[in-house]
Design a protein around this ligand. Sequence first.
Ligand SMILES: C[S@@+](CC[C@H](N)C(=O)[O-])C[C@H]1O[C@@H](n2cnc3c(N)ncnc32)[C@H](O)[C@@H]1O
Length: 218
Amino acid sequence: MTAPGPTEWGTGTNGVGPWADEHGTASPDDPRYDPELLRDGDARNVVDAYRYWTREAIIADIDTRRHRLHIAIENFGSDANIGGVVRTANAFAVDTVHIVGRRRWNRRGAMVTDRYQRLQHHDTTAELLEFAGATGLSVVAVDNVPGAVRLEETQLPRDCLMVFGQEGPGISAEAAAGAAMIVSIAQFGSTRSINASVAAGIAMHTWLTQWGDLSHAW
Ligand SMILES: C[S@@+](CC[C@H](N)C(=O)[O-])C[C@H]1O[C@@H](n2cnc3c(N)ncnc32)[C@H](O)[C@@H]1O
């Protein structure tokens, strides 16, 4: 990759104009580039390195750097947090986000990142656990429930599937029973729990601090 860092860390905030205006040269002949974006400009929420790239080329590039980290969120009731989980999973090049239960969820919070993120649906938690077993992933349930160990003091498995619950019930009894371990995030205030999407971000980042290779980060 030759381009500099992500948009958020650079100066441009609203994307880029047509290639000819930005660079003063003819459009490059590279199959990763999208002719329409080269002609019209690219205002998508993608890092600068991916400006003008087709969606397929972006996905293929992220695919070369995806982590052995899978995320699952149980969607039996409220889906309010799933979009945020998907967005963070995309930022961290998580392998796949698994949605368990209801297939439908509100994509708004994902801010279009779901287009670049592998998603997989499972009807039941049993199906999810079966998938983990078949693909050699250790299941880590994330919730502050009895039996949990502190995330901050735990070595997470490299080949990892983290399962998150939802507002109200938290993780299902089935997920807790099927997990190799349950981890909780230390809290210090009055609230009984934190938002599931925030919890997912903390847990994913903890895995990255243990297993991520920063030489591959933006
Ligand atoms: C809002 S919580 C609800 C359940 C929670 N056990 C309770 O007592 O209310 C929803 C989800 O967020 C995650 N979560 C929230 N706070 C957490 C914490 N301190 N440690 C680990 N996970 C947490 C878990 O995945 C949980 O299932």
